[in-house]
Design a protein around this ligand. Sequence first.
Ligand code: HPA
Length: 287
Amino acid sequence: PIDEDGFSLTHLQKATSYIKGKIPSSPRILIICGSGLGILADSLQSPIVIPYGDIPNFPESTIKGHSGQLVFGTISGINVLCMKGRFHYYEGHSLKKITSPVRIAKLLGVELLIITNAAGGVNQKYKVGDIMLIKDHINFLGFAGTHPLRGLNDDDFGDRFFPVNRSYDKNIRKIAVEIGQSLGIGPNLHEGVYAMVGGPNYESPSEVRALRTLNVDAVGMSTIPEVLVAKHCGLKVFGFSLITNECVADYDSEKQPNHEEVLAAVNSRTQQLKDFVIKVIEKCNFN
Ligand code: HPA
């Protein structure tokens, strides 16, 4: 059962060896770029681009705004691997397939996962273009027993049962808040709770109201599977959402969330987000 979808150690090692053959040294950080956030990879110095399609057993993405390349490079001298294009459950991939790059990153020597996404603002105080540092999550798929680690446990990566409190590194969040302030985005920076739903539809007004009563601040269709697999194998995690639209809670509102609006919101924040991520990495003291 752990051979499912290229998730076995042998399959993952094949992908890992291929990537190792293309890069000069081990990455320490994996950045997973959310919808439209592939531009974060442009911050890497001396980039080496590896198309997903060339990597044995690697998944391939199917949607606009997700280009499908692994980019290796450095940020202030620190080796970083960037996934330009991520995978979603609604595309039809299994959760094992979606999260296999996290295990490959672990095998390559990565210690920190920086994970980003575009998300709808559930919290009424959040505005389009705001950044929410993820301090905790609600995994709706997990409530229903859908989990990337369902099946035999691979003890080489981690224990069968594992905690997920303290998943989102407190120290890095603190650094990120300080950097946000220094960049003048303090008022647009929050710490909040991210919930993952399956998608691909945006939420109904009643669903948005339900999320509010559960103290959810932002909602999206990704991220948590990768975080779970990262925590299972002992990676540190720092995650943030870019709020790309307000969730519609009014039953008769004329507004309708759409993908174009999501991408436009991302594009308006590109440069700031790049500066933000570079500074967070610099301040994390990886040297
Ligand atoms: N809901 C779910 N996922 C999303 C949204 C949203 O409103 N915006 C961007 N991703």
